[in-house]
Design a protein around this ligand. Structure first.
Ligand code: DP6
Length: 322
């Protein structure tokens, strides 16, 4: 009763912020993302009747109480699905820094869903795995399929899952992640989602979501960078407008965040295919095409406040490795 899986984090171009059902993580809107190759979570799960409790090691260290509890709740769900009673030992390793705005919960719960379900003897198809991963972390539903991925919000547990709209090799984009702070974020996504509904801007965001999804999906399918850049930045700004106007207000940007955003828009005006998007933190995901990636990385490294730049191409699906 042991299995190991790997999964990649993802970056959303059309964002997930706010849930219609908080417990089931049924989101208020559809979201659209790209998996990040080279950044990987590897998770081993072993169910063992001799264990007295679930245990979780992250990068070799026992996880804090909140993380243990979140994993244990999730494993409880897997046990229920599989009719298994035993507790599990979970060992998870990330090859990228946590708490830097690279969503480690997405790759963590995608890898855990695959490893835990396989170790428990369940054979789940991609949609069922994506639904399971969603229960652990919403964005994890998008790290189950490969490449460019659409999570359709749905209305119930059964119809809220993600699927691929194009494989990883469809468009040679590169995410140049400008790291501005390596500190843990003050308000994590899970605490942030319930605040979305306190913002007067969220209703407008929900209203426009289908139009943005269609624009972004079409731009990706046609590899139309200009159209892609426009809707990706608009959706990012709109999500941050919701964050800033919720109660309490969430301000994730640092001065250096804004400096990168302005530089990116300036570079695009001079003809370089480049745009930004930002998750619940200060770091900026700067998206470009492969032929421009080295040039963009070098330019980002010159900006004040940028600590380092991590690059990632489109990545594949969550995969069982043993
Ligand atoms: C800003 O998936 O991390 O990165 O479901 O509570 O685990 P939980 O939240 P999470 O939220 C991601 C928020 C975001 C936008 C996105 O990835 O779509």
């Amino acid at each position: 009763m042991k299995a190991t899986a790997i999964a990649h984090p993802n970056i959303a171009f059309i964002k997930y912020w706010g849930n219609r059902d908080q417990d089931l993580r049924i989101p208020a809107t559809d979201s659209l993302s790209m998996n990040l190759d080279g950044l990987t979570t590897r998770t081993e799960v072993r169910f063992d009747p001799a264990l007295a409790a679930d245990t979780l090691l992250i990068n070799g260290q026992p996880a804090d109480e909140a993380a243990q509890q979140r994993i244990s709740d999730f494993l409880g769900h897997v046990r229920q699905l599989a009719g298994v009673g035993a507790y599990a030992e979970v060992k998870s390793e990330n090859n990228f820094p946590m708490g830097t705005g690279i969503a480690s919960s997405a790759s963590a719960f995608a890898a855990l869903s695959l490893a835990a379900s396989a170790a428990a003897g369940l054979e789940l198809n991609e949609a069922a795995l994506s639904r399971l991963a969603r229960r652990g972390s919403g964005s994890a539903s998008r790290s189950v399929p490969g490449g460019f991925v659409l999570w359709e919000a749905g209305e119930t547990d059964l119809d809220s899952y993600a699927h691929s709209i194009a494989p990883a090799d469809h468009w040679r984009l590169v995410d140049c992640i400008a790291i501005i702070s390596e500190e843990h974020k003050s308000t994590g996504s899970s605490d942030g989602h319930p605040l979305a509904q306190t913002s007067p801007v969220q209703a407008a965001r929900v209203d426009i979501n289908q139009a943005y999804i269609q624009l972004c999906r079409d731009a990706i399918l046609k590899r139309d960078f200009d159209a892609f850049a426009k809707v990706t930045e608009l959706d990012c700004n709109l999500m941050h407008a919701v964050m800033m106007t919720s109660e309490p207000s969430l301000l994730y940007w640092e001065p250096a965040t804004m400096a990168v955003m302005q530089a990116v828009q300036k570079w695009r005006k001079t003809g370089t295919p480049v745009c930004y998007t930002i998750d619940a933190g200060p770091n900026v995901h700067v998206i470009t095409e492969r032929g421009y990636a080295q040039q963009i990385k070098a330019k980002l490294e010159e900006l004040p406040g940028v600590i380092e730049v991590i690059q990632a191409a489109p990545g594949g699906p969550a995969t069982l490795i043993s």
